[in-house]
Design a protein around this ligand. Sequence first.
Ligand SMILES: NC(=O)c1ccc[n+]([C@@H]2O[C@H](COP(=O)([O-])OP(=O)(O)OC[C@H]3O[C@@H](n4cnc5c(N)ncnc54)[C@H](O)[C@@H]3O)[C@@H](O)[C@H]2O)c1
Length: 354
Amino acid sequence: MKKRYRVAVVGAGIGGKHVEGYNANPDLFEVAVICDRDPERAAALARQVRGGAAVHGAYDDALLGRADIDIIDICLPPFLHLEAITRALRAGKHVVCEKPLVGSLAEVDELERVVAETKRVLMPVFQVRFGNGLARAQHLMRTGAAGRVFLATAQTHWSRGADYYAVKWRGTRAYELGGAFLGHAIHIHDMLTALVGPVRRVSAMMTTRVNPIETEDCGGATLEMADGSIAVLSVTLGSADEVSRLRVMCENVTMEGHGEVYASSKEPWVFTPKAPKDQAWLDAALAGATAGQEGFARQFEDFHAALETGAAPPVTVAQARASLELITALYHSAATGERVSLPLTPAHPGYHGW
Ligand SMILES: NC(=O)c1ccc[n+]([C@@H]2O[C@H](COP(=O)([O-])OP(=O)(O)OC[C@H]3O[C@@H](n4cnc5c(N)ncnc54)[C@H](O)[C@@H]3O)[C@@H](O)[C@H]2O)c1
């Protein structure tokens, strides 16, 4: 009999999507509490929980001291993540936390020490990575069928306006911690590295042209990946239509996501074999790929398996660290005009914050 973990979801914005992910795994999780300082928002979300949930008005010791809660799931604004995660780990809870995990490489390294000390599991959220289309692409990469990667493009062409920035923490360095590269494009860049591998060098330009905000809302970057291939990133919050598209040109096949804005790893992906490879070759190469739940539901399902077996969670702190290392390099390159080489050490000027 599998253990059914009891969860408190803290933050009732994107927390609603987390609830859907837990609701999809009713044998594995029970959302017992919705915590939000906005009582109406908390109550509305509690009603969406399968079987209902209690409401708690503050992220406090009373919540963290509850012995019947196993997991604290943090969906608070970014500037609150570090303290909220640390408190939950020290209270003996496993923790799920939204992106961006924290605000610097120094903070991630501090968190890794707290995780080691408390022996709890911390799982950063990158739910977009869990899609059956991307899984097929990963299968072609893992088996070697795709061949060498030549070039990848990652488009985050989204639309954000005054209504979105009416929420006070957004668009500010102090509270959102960054702009479109951190808050929006982080997902597709995570998909890129999940597929092609780590980044070796970064060159970026950024600007703010769409909204009257402090943080960037347009930019581009060129990456040299560790395998020697090139990736080109384009990011804007001023597109008329919304597209999130990853396209990877390899020796034997070109792989392309369909571009749906929040579900770009899901099917249908298009795989085009490169002559002399043909469709029969492609069908055989894709034959071993597996499909399952997607998005939050899949990330949480795999999290449960990790908790039960003691294996690493489906998104690790090290992977969130790699994504924040890329962010640090992108912001440093954009600010200085330098081409930045990874890995970044604690001596790097961006180590304590970008
Ligand atoms: N994974 C994704 O696709 C995705 C999408 C959107 C947002 N996010 C991330 O999720 C996080 C939250 O974003 P959001 O858009 O849901 O924000 P939001 O402002 O809509 O919701 C945050 C909620 O937290 C509550 N809150 C704030 N401080 C609190 C406190 N001290 N105690 C209790 N409740 C408190 C607010 O009342 C609010 O309801 C951010 O880190 C954001 O980057 C991730």
